[in-house]
Design a protein around this ligand. Sequence first.
Ligand SMILES: CC(C)(COP(=O)(O)OP(=O)(O)OC[C@H]1O[C@@H](n2cnc3c(N)ncnc32)[C@H](O)[C@@H]1OP(=O)(O)O)[C@@H](O)C(=O)NCCC(=O)NCCSC(=O)/C=C/CCCCCCCCCCCCC(=O)O
Length: 719
Amino acid sequence: MAEYNRVSECVGLITLRNPPVNALSAAVRQGIVDTVQRALSDPNVKSVVICGQNGIFCGGADIKEFGSNMTGPPLIPMIHAIESANKPVVAAIEGSALGGGLELALGCHYRIAHSKARLGLPEVSLGLLPAAGGSQRLPRLIGVPAALNLITTGRHVTAAEALQLGIVDQVTDHNTVAAAVKFALSVAGRSLDPRRISTHPCPQQPDLDALFEEVMQKVRQSARGAIAPIACVQAVRAAATLPYAQGMERERELMATLFTSGQARALQYCFFAERAVGRWRMPSGARWDTSKPRPVHKAAVIGLGTMGRGITVALAQTGLSVIAVETQEKQLMEAKQAISGMLERGAKRRGVAPALDGVIYSQNIQAVADVDLVIEAVFEDIALKTKVFQQLSAVCKPGTLLCTNTSALDVDQLASETPNPELVVGMHFFAPAHVMKLLEVVYGPRSSPQAVATAMQLGKKMGKASVAVGNCRGFVGNRMLKPYIEEAFFLLEEGATPELVDQALEEFGFPMGVFRMSDLSGLDVGWRVRKGDGLVEPGTASGRSARIRQGRRYSPLGDLLCEEGHFGQKTGRGWYQYDKPGSRVARFDPWLHSFLGAYRAQHGLVARRIDHQEVLERCLYALINEGFHILDDGIAAGPEDIDVIYVSGYGWPRHRGGPMFYANMVGLAKVLERLEHYQQLHPEVPHLQPSSLLRRLVASGSPPIHKWGEAIKKLHSQL
Ligand SMILES: CC(C)(COP(=O)(O)OP(=O)(O)OC[C@H]1O[C@@H](n2cnc3c(N)ncnc32)[C@H](O)[C@@H]1OP(=O)(O)O)[C@@H](O)C(=O)NCCC(=O)NCCSC(=O)/C=C/CCCCCCCCCCCCC(=O)O
């Protein structure tokens, strides 16, 4: 797994071979140990170059090995042997040098990078720290502040930034291995002492204590309960304050805690889940690897409200030419200004030219005649959307894919209004569409695999976490959100406060609790949906019967606030109060608390003490239970799909892996037992009734999450 050649007569060239990213598996580590040994013992070899095959240096430790008993030579002594070598060792970095890959390069005496290479220590995003000496060498090489930034964020830097920081010694636009070999020849015989990073002291830093205190505070705030960023700061502190050997000991201790933590398992699960969702499959048997996407060069967006504007920006930023259609002239002018502003700001951030010319604006739907794909983003009204789809079917060239950005309406119904339902899919973006990572690609029974493949590929090009899901009310994300929100309302009725519920959820790791989130997105959104469902009634009735609608428990609390004009941040009043409409700082609202008291009295409810555990169990287990229904219904192909949706679109804390992974960690039997407990207490709440899939999984011995797919298939075949 590491190939050895002698080149230019006296350079030993070691090539890592472990596709696709040359991860440092046991075999690769053994290969490095053997080939380094061979190069150092060959008297004809004066210097050594280490590179990776297929244009990538090394993607780091083999993450797949982490879950198993690790065998093979350990990384730390391997890197130490390279650093202590008596012949110069040069890393030739193409593609990526990440994690253990960069740590390997830091053990080399010199580093040459291709201009397109990216380097970084992203271990923190896997719940770990750079524990092959990276946390001790990098601060010694580039100073404490820069190292802290890289190690606690895990961000990847370009070769140019790496050069500026002093991580690499040279950047080339040409053949990196050839440049490294030339460089290796030029440094043969030079003293290596100054090149051994571990022997350097950390560059002096004034006010070291104040710096670490400030960084620790910032990291704690943004970590939302994640432990790895904090351990990263502690490890860098060891580099700054202790001799290398003691720093390495501290690095080892900190890693020992992280390595076996649930958070590391969750974050590594997320890494693989995000890649797994690209391998989508439909109940028909159609799959990602047998369905060819159609090329999309030109796209159109219909309707330039908030969503349409964001979608236009996301499409234009991928380099597509976009026709942006809005029939109202004033709206069109406003949209044009807003879109140009977003494109300019985005381009400035990314250091590229804004794609302003990529967007053509029109008031006329005829302008979309020759596009390859249309995304409809008009108001959520089935009659209006149906009309637009009929117009599009008449105007567009044959084969144009018709996509709807609906978040709630029936994609199949829209498809059935067109002559070619196989060309219709949902592309459910999340606001703001050019920023949010998530895209649900919604297929109906008649959507062609090619249409799904095209939407999935376009999502990937836009940098979205794209997940293919079946069509149902709310698709995956919003369908699961409904019981979560309903439980939060019920908890208020029973004695909780918005502050208590939000605090429990935010301590769990959500960026915002359910009520702060509701204030941000607007209480009127749900009110409109509930009205459409015939659930909203005038608020004069009292007692239990007033809180049973359509045969199940219902809380009219949100409706009552809306009737008062309390729509959240936009009106300055919601579950909290705000200094003025549009302000973002949520404050305790005494009116709301007396309103809740009066409401409970009117309905004969006696407030009881509710703790954080009950909030978490009722809100989260209700949401998870819906996830099991979704899996059972075949709406999501696997738990990874649900987890990626929740982590990338709904603020589920990544270090908890997503709702289904969390259920797996808590234990399926425990989730089932708690649901049964709450269901007995609240028999009129159907979403607390444990899903039959959850019951069946528990009955079959609660297989681990990576085996659920098999188990679900088996359980279905037994039905
Ligand atoms: C940028 C990438 C490298 C490439 O991106 P792209 O081209 O888009 O391709 P992808 O789709 O992402 O990936 C392609 C497939 O490759 C798989 N892959 C990628 N990286 C890895 C990897 N590192 N390991 C395994 N597999 C990998 C990926 O899954 C895809 O396959 P599939 O589709 O899923 O089938 C991009 O891939 C990327 O960013 N990769 C991750 C980079 C990264 O995070 N690297 C860091 C890894 S962690 C690390 O290096 C840690 C080092 C520290 C030392 C570790 C020491 C371990 C043992 C210590 C034990 C301590 C206990 C102490 C006990 C005691 O002492 O008491």
